[in-house]
Design a protein around this ligand. Structure first.
Ligand SMILES: NC(=O)c1ccc[n+]([C@@H]2O[C@H](COP(=O)([O-])OP(=O)(O)OC[C@H]3O[C@@H](n4cnc5c(N)ncnc54)[C@H](OP(=O)(O)O)[C@@H]3O)[C@@H](O)[C@H]2O)c1
Length: 273
């Protein structure tokens, strides 16, 4: 099955999240995911698993150019020289010549965005990343960022049926920035939800599949994480059914402004490491 892709970077609309996957489990899950048909893997320097992600990629036997690999620079490395070094170190750990997408992991209010985006664009020009983007950027920060760099292709943000991100989605669309949803099954929180379960039952699907389909059907990419091989298949099986307009509206009705799971703001000083 060919997985649909979104935006100018042609990001496969489903990928494997790897936060919290470590060691042999991480390498095994990445390998299995690619064998099952995933073609997009999300990691970050923060996750301390880039080496295992690279090992899983090689063990899968899937050609490098068929897999979309994303990693992220942690905000303590947003000064120009640090960012370039961070990108090179990520590639060394991954044992790759380039990543497909390099993201700024969280905004860092202590370092001018112009400096960080200048460095990110340079890393792209050097060929270390084919595409660049941002993560956890608010509407105001998106507007600042696009004035400084016109080549941002992605904003990766928390998104699932319980969180209203409509303003961020609209801002990204206005600037042709693809949205990638992290925590797309609310860290497993959708599993026992009555409405999602009922809609899923009508389609012979699980609540988790409904949550992923809800996002994908809006043209949003999803990167669910699992440590269980059987769930890799479950999360990928979202392309053989369609939610009706009425079901989409019902699910959208679950969203609220307090539905955020990842409540974090980077507050380290420029020297923090
Ligand atoms: N940019 C950022 O700041 C940022 C922040 C957070 C996450 N992310 C990225 O986004 C990825 C996904 O987000 P996430 O890891 O926070 O949460 P998630 O993918 O929404 O949920 C993962 C949790 O759901 C469970 N799960 C997976 N598939 C399931 C299914 N079909 N049914 C029921 N439970 C299921 C997993 O448990 P099992 O392992 O037991 O299956 C795991 O505990 C991360 O791994 C990371 O790559 C990025």
């Amino acid at each position: 099955m060919a997985i649909p892709a979104i935006g100018p970077a042609r990001i496969p609309i489903i990928g494997l999240g790897t936060w919290d996957l470590r060691g042999r489990t991480c390498a095994r899950v990445v390998e299995q995911a690619l064998r099952l048909g995933y073609r997009h893997v999300d990691t970050a320097e923060l996750y301390d698993n880039e080496g295992e992600v690279g090992a899983g990629l090689r063990a899968s036997g899937i050609a490098r150019d068929e897999v979309f690999v994303t990693t992220k620079v942690w905000p303590s490395h947003f000064a120009a020289r640090d960012l370039e070094r961070s990108a090179k170190e990520s590639l060394t750990r991954l044992r790759l010549a380039h990543v497909d997408l390099l993201l700024l992991h969280w905004p860092n209010p202590h370092i001018p965005l112009s400096e960080t985006l200048g460095a990110l664009c340079k890393v792209k020009r050097m060929g270390l990343a084919h595409h660049i983007g941002i993560s956890n950027f608010t509407v105001a920060l998106i507007e600042q960022a696009v004035k400084l760099a016109d080549e941002l292709v992605c904003n990766q943000v928390e998104m699932h049926p319980f969180l209203d991100q409509s303003k961020v989605i609209a801002a990204c669309r206005a600037h042709r920035i693809a949205v990638v949803a992290y925590s797309p099954i609310a860290r497993g929180g959708v599993k026992n939800h009555a409405l999602l379960g009922r809609i899923g039952k009508a389609h012979g699907k699980t609540a988790a599949q409904v949550s992923l389909r809800f996002l994908v059907q809006q043209g949003i990419a999803v990167i669910p994480r699992t440590s269980r091989v059987e769930r890799l298949s479950e999360n990928l099986a979202i392309f053989d059914f369609e939610l009706s307009q009425a079901e989409m509206r019902e699910i959208a009705g679950l969203a609220n402004r307090d539905g955020r799971i990842v409540d974090y703001a980077f507050s380290g000083s420029p020297k923090w490491d």
